[in-house]
Design a protein around this ligand. Structure first.
Ligand SMILES: [Zn+2]
Length: 358
């Protein structure tokens, strides 16, 4: 029936070809994900589980189609996910998120741009007054916060250090341009202690009130996140993302702590394990660059996925639907990682393969 099928464990390396792949290869691949050796990118446990289970689902589909005897990912260990695990986006994911957000609205894209570049809390973002943004010195003074429970803007309580947060020249230029095109309306938020606010909120609703968290999530954020392949990402994850990038690129805990406005740097220690990503650099320095063509770089994957999506939009849509659980993964084409130095993913049609083989 299935002439081309190896009776043993096998992984499709490219369409039309089945090669033996020992379990060890899949387990080794998972370990490189966990160790942050995929192009030096560290993934959150939640992300690793998503990658591993998606891969496992496609392999189970291959077993059901009798293209494989046993799934090489069977029994693969999942990461323990606790409430403390912070989710963060890779740079490629954040870029994709913003691309899709820009199609939704300029305001949402700008909010994500500022959120991932400054790590402000939601209340700080939507309570940010224009006069706190210095696009010449490229720094934001965080001095107020929107408190959704009391529905008012309040100054930071005594004892809490007011902080400055730097941003890039690129973002500064963008903000100048945005404000020029969208002259800000006077701030209509209630301020604690009363008195009329003479300022203006940078990211406000059309009538000058702070953006409403629930409305933004329901009407814009959640669907954009889903379309970007980042379902479940929350606005607060922009802050985790900011922290994780800084730590991974070598900013010290105390610096990151000050930027985030943590009361104590021990709070920031939850990100400390991300500094392990730099161990790959240390290994390169002491041992010379490792030759690891089989390791997958998430940026390379993202690039490859985009190229695939552009080259074969219809098949990609079917893959995406299957990944989102909207389509039966068995009948959809699947996405398989494969060896290779560059973008290591391919779309393969298991169903049609099985038909042609049968
Ligand atoms: Zn105000």
């Amino acid at each position: 029936m299935h002439d081309a099928v190896e009776p043993d464990h096998a992984v499709a390396q490219r369409p039309g070809e089945i090669r033996p792949a020992p379990d060890a290869q899949v387990h080794g691949w998972r370990r490189t994900l966990v160790a942050g050796r995929c192009g030096g990118v560290v993934f959150a446990p939640r992300t690793i589980n998503k990658i591993v289970t998606t891969f496992g689902t496609t392999l189970r589909g291959a077993v059901d189609e009798r293209l494989l005897a046993v799934s090489p990912s069977a029994g693969i260990k999942l990461e323990t996910v606790t409430a403390d695990d912070e989710y963060f986006m890779t740079r490629a994911e954040a870029a994709r998120f913003r691309e899709v957000a820009a199609e939704d609205s300029e305001l949402l894209d700008l909010l994500i741009d500022i959120g991932t570049e400054t790590g402000l809390r939601w209340g700080e973002l939507v309570g940010l007054h224009l006069e706190r943004v210095d696009t010449k010195r490229l720094v934001i003074q965080v001095q107020e916060v929107w408190d959704k429970h009391s529905s008012e803007i309040k100054p930071y309580p005594k004892g809490r250090r007011r902080r400055g947060v730097p941003f890039t020249k690129r973002l500064g230029g963008r903000l100048d341009d945005y404000v020029k095109r969208n002259p800000p309306k006077r701030c209509r938020a209630r301020h604690r202690g009363g008195g009329r606010c003479t300022g203006a909120l940078l990211l406000a609703s059309k009538v000058g009130t702070p953006l409403n968290y629930g409305n933004v999530r329901r009407r814009h954020w959640d669907s954009v996140a889903e379309r970007a392949g980042l379902a479940g990402v929350t606005p607060h994850d922009m802050r985790h993302t900011y922290a994780s990038w800084l730590i991974q690129d070598g900013a010290g805990i105390e610096t990151v702590s000050a930027l985030l406005g943590h009361k104590s740097w021990t709070t920031t220690m939850r990100y400390a394990h991300l500094a392990d990503a730099r161990w790959a650099q240390v290994r390169d320095i002491i041992g010379g660059p490792e030759q690891t063509p089989d390791e997958l770089s998430s940026d390379a994957i993202a690039k490859a996925v985009r190229a695939l999506a552009e080259a074969e939009p219809e098949r990609w849509a079917a893959v995406a639907a299957a990944l989102d659980g909207e389509q039966d993964p068995i009948s959809a084409p699947i996405l398989l990682p494969s060896g290779g130095t560059e973008g290591s993913v391919k779309i393969i049609d298991l169903a049609s393969r099985s038909r042609s083989a049968g």
